[in-house]
Design a protein around this ligand. Structure first.
Ligand SMILES: [Ca+2]
Ligand SMILES: [Zn+2]
Length: 816
């Protein structure tokens, strides 16, 4: 039956009066039968349908006819969940079209199975289209394959059915991909391309599909969530969809974590790494990277996962390792312990330097003690900064012989305190270099604190450099005969504005502010101040956004005002110059006395764009009054325009923009306080992890002392390098023994992880499907499935090779 016939049929159905008047013909006869046939299907009258179909060879009637809603008999049967009818219709070779999709849409698994079986019998089932033919009547687009739809419905049984039939959900190409396929698709219909991408991702995020197809479900969900978040920024039009999907992935990971039964399993999950082979073979043999999976979660900002109580419990256990008793004592004891811990940082550091393997040296390595030492060291650094600004002459003059006042000295030599500060700064720089080395430039810059650290350290280095320059310059002046009298004896009021000493003081002052602000970072640990600190960070981002808009408005008004008033400003400047010239000549000064007023600062407020912008900026805080725009001349129109411009600027900036900033801030604050717990726990975990590694145990400035340990490592590395060059290759037998050992260890780890994950998956899937009717039969089914899947890993090398080239990870590596 062609489509034109079908529409005719529908038209007649719609218009019964017309059909009565038409003469009885052969085609009308067949239409009547078709109508009868569809009606019987709808009613589930198997007997009449069988009778009608029996006579199909003699009567001319189309089994594939459509009803007014465009459904054929099979779809009607599927909708009514009439399995017997479906079987009967399929026996008479009714066209299946997109019936499978309808069956999946109705979540009628039995019907899906029957149709797939029928198609396989007819040899119409291929793994690509999976037996679906999309016609123009179909409600589905070609990118919806049965497995995609099953994943959208998150129907475990259907997904498994199609996975067994070699069905896959292809991973969409990158948004910016320019391969010929994508190019053609984009040219043809870019909306459809975007939609099909979303459809594919929606299928990929299905928990059942992830459980069934991913080797490492948690890793897969992490990376998918990250990718979706990235897409939500690129494909702005579908932002909410992508964000929702990203959240779905995160939720999946959290649910997986919920299923973990004890701390042992939890450690297995959180310590798992993707490159087990590399881990075991690398230098720290048998001591795999701690909490690798958790670190990845932090890197990919899986906030819910990190803030999960299970994770937090484990983190806190590690954090308070060795000082568990302090955790439960009351506030006073805690405070005393903290202060003592901070004060004893030099002691711990010295012990650790000299005897790292002694019990006290090991104690100094515990995360919490490490944190206390670093905090103590930092607070001591701040105290030094304060002391430097207090100019305590007793301490300052220890190294000095002359008695010139320190503040009057150009290019002064360093004091003891300044030397100490310099040592600390070197230590802090070394800490940053280590961090940069460990996490790479990209990850280093993603943490805004690191940018602040970089700026602070640069400022300190500038200060030091300028001080050295000033010192050398002044020393040289003192050596030369014609300038010896200036050198150190020049009073401060006569110094050049660009004198290196003055510049260094400016840099030092700015660096001091940043250094003290860094203290806020330590507050992250506190449950009371931590959330506030996070809100503060958000607000800084708001302020930056605000200033971008504000700068535009400021520039616009500054241009206008400057254009209007610059002439008057330059006239006042000329008058002022005249007055300055003659004010000392008694005979003429009375003549120019009336020009004295022109030297007033308020006439300079609009002399250039920079000055105008400055004036307008301070007007934001109400520091500029209307006298700045008054003219001496009688040009009332210009004066009025100037004042009006100023007034509109005030309206724009104070009433509109400033209130916008306040609204933005309160919005951010609301957002943070709604998620305060998750955000704070995430930020705190990030801080915790900084102290968990074995590196950077010593706080500045002790970290710049080369410890015996580092010398030992260095020698070890060098001898290894030298041995590799001279010594012959190890005997092959020994090598294979070692390989065997590594293999076994990788084996154990992989198996452990798989066992845990499979158990979690099982619980998770059971939980999700527990509401479905066929629960018990289903449970048996998955149990069987999982026992078959929990294979002993026999050929690890192959497995690892396979995991390394799994399409997802491979692409991930490439994109880096
Ligand atoms: Ca840092
Ligand atoms: Zn492509």
């Amino acid at each position: 039956m062609t489509s034109s016939e079908a529409s005719e049929f529908r038209m007649i159905e719609d218009d019964d009066d017309v059909s009565n008047n038409v003469t009885w013909t052969e085609s009308d006869n067949s239409r009547l039968r078709e109508k009868q046939f569809l009606l019987s299907c709808e009613r589930g009258d198997i007997g009449s349908v069988r009778k009608l179909l029996a006579g199909i060879s003699t009567e001319t009637f189309n089994i594939n006819c459509l009803d007014p809603l465009g459904r054929n008999a099979l779809l009607i049967a599927i909708e009514n969940e009439n399995i017997e009818m479906i079987e009967l219709l399929l026996d008479h070779n009714i066209e299946t079209g997109d019936a499978i999709l309808y069956a999946i849409g109705e979540e009628n698994v039995e019907a899906v199975e029957i149709i797939v079986e029928h198609l396989e019998k007819m040899d119409k089932f291929d793994s690509e289209r999976q037996g679906v033919e999309i016609t123009e009547h179909s409600a589905f687009t070609p990118d919806i394959t049965p497995i995609v739809l099953a994943a959208h419905k998150d129907n475990y049984e259907c997904i498994k059915l199609f996975l067994d039939k070699k069905g896959t959900v292809p991973h969409p190409h990158d948004v910016r991909c320019s391969c010929p396929e994508c190019y053609v698709a984009r040219e043809e219909d870019s909306l459809r391309l975007s939609r099909s991408r979303i459809n594919a991702y929606r299928a990929l995020t299905s928990p059942s599909l992830i459980c069934l197809s991913a080797r490492d479900p948690i890793l897969y969900a992490f990376e998918l969530s990250w990718e979706l978040k990235r897409l939500s920024f690129i494909e702005n039009e579908f932002r909410t969809d992508y964000e929702e999907l990203s959240q779905k992935c995160q939720k999946f990971c959290v649910h997986m974590l919920d299923q973990v039964r004890g701390s042992k399993e939890l450690e297995v999950v959180l310590n798992h790494t993707t490159n087990a082979w590399h881990d075991v073979t690398s230098a720290n043999y048998g001591n795999p990277e701690k909490l690798a999976r958790l670190k990845l979660a932090i890197q990919l900002s899986q906030k819910r996962f990190v803030a999960h109580p299970n994770c937090q419990q484990l983190l806190l256990d590690i954090w308070y390792e060795g000082v568990e008793s302090v955790r439960c004592t009351n506030f006073i004891y805690k405070l005393i312990f903290y202060i003592l811990g901070m004060l004893s940082f030099p002691l711990f550091s010295l012990v650790y330097l000299l005897a790292p393997h002694s019990s006290m040296g090991q104690f100094a390595k515990k995360p919490f003690i490490k944190f206390l030492s670093h905090s103590g060291s930092y607070i001591f650094f701040l105290i030094l900064l304060i002391m430097a600004s207090q100019r305590m002459n007793v301490i300052d003059n220890i190294l000095r012989t002359d008695d010139v006042d320190r503040k009057e000295t150009r290019g002064p030599p360093p004091t003891i305190i300044e030397c100490a500060i310099f040592l600390w700064v070197l230590g802090l720089i070394w800490v940053e270099i280590k961090q940069l080395w460990e996490c790479g430039l990209y990850n280093y810059c993603r943490n805004l604190w690191n940018i602040l650290d970089f700026i602070t350290n640069s400022l300190y280095l500038c200060t030091t450099a300028l001080r050295v320059v000033a010192y050398v310059q002044v020393e040289q002046e003192a050596l030369r005969a014609n300038s010896v009298h200036i050198a150190r004896h020049l009073p401060r009021r006569d110094w050049d504005a660009w004198d290196p000493t003055l510049l260094s003081e400016c840099f030092f002052a700015t660096a001091n502010i940043f250094s003290s602000l860094k203290l806020v970072h330590i507050f992250t640990v506190s449950p009371h101040l931590g959330p506030l600190k996070i809100s503060l960070g958000r607000m800084v981002i708001d302020i930056v956004k605000f200033f971008m808009v504000y700068a535009l408005v400021l520039f616009a008004f500054a241009c206008g005002l400057n254009q209007l008033l610059w002439y008057y400003a330059s006239m006042r400047q000329n008058e002022c110059n005249l007055y300055e010239q003659y004010k000392n000549e008694k005979s003429l000064s009375y003549k120019y006395e009336h020009l004295k007023e022109s030297c007033d600062d308020k006439y300079k407020s609009c002399s250039s764009i920079y000055h105008t912008a400055e004036t307008l900026f301070w007007a934001l805080f109400g520091l500029v009054d209307l006298t700045h725009f008054r003219l001496k001349e009688d040009h009332f129109l210009s004066e009025w325009t100037g004042k009006t411009i100023f007034g509109s600027y005030c309206c724009c900036s104070i009433i509109v923009l400033l209130n916008m900033l306040i609204a933005m801030m309160s919005n951010s604050y609301q957002y943070i306080s709604d998620q305060a717990d998750i955000e704070w726990k995430f930020a705190r975990s990030r801080l915790f992890l900084e102290y968990f590694d074995d590196t950077a145990t010593l706080p500045p400035p002790f970290n710049i002392v080369p410890s015996p340990k580092s010398i030992y490592y260095c020698l070890h590395y060098l001898t290894k390098k030298l041995c590799n060059c001279t010594k012959l290759q190890q005997p092959s037998k020994q090598k294979s023994m070692r390989n065997q050992k590594i293999l076994r260890s990788v084996n154990d780890r992989e198996n452990n992880y798989r066992k845990t994950i499979i158990h979690a998956e099982q619980l998770q899937v059971e939980l999700e499907q527990s509401e479905s009717e066929s629960f018990t039969s289903f449970k048996i089914q998955i149990n069987r499935y999982y026992t078959s899947r929990c294979y002993p890993v026999t050929c690890v090398e192959q497995k690892i090779a396979a995991s390394k080239t799994s399409p997802y990870e491979f692409r991930h590596l490439q994109s880096q």
